[in-house]
Write a protein of this length. Structure first.
Length: 80
């Protein structure tokens, strides 16, 4: 189950938290005032990206969503 939070003014999803990963939230980049201040650490759901979008090949990439805790931790630079 995923719990989502929305902007009270426009209704856009701002972030969400999955019950399978308590304590971690996924922030929607479009909700940030200054997204350029947040480093890109990986690319997920690349199979549905715009075909003209060029991704940094040096960053980890997943066609869909990372699976398992180890892959999610690699996105945020954590190790067990």
């Amino acid at each position: 189950m995923t719990v989502c939070w929305f902007c009270a003014q426009c209704g856009s999803r701002v972030y969400h938290e999955g019950r399978s990963r308590p304590g971690f939230v996924t922030v929607k980049g479009g909700s940030l005032d200054e997204p350029q201040g947040v480093p890109i650490v990986a690319h997920i759901w690349t199979r549905s990206r715009r075909t003209d979008l060029i991704l940094d090949p040096a960053l980890p990439q997943w066609d869909t969503q990372p699976e398992g805790e180890v892959e999610w931790q690699s996105l945020i630079g954590m190790t067990e």
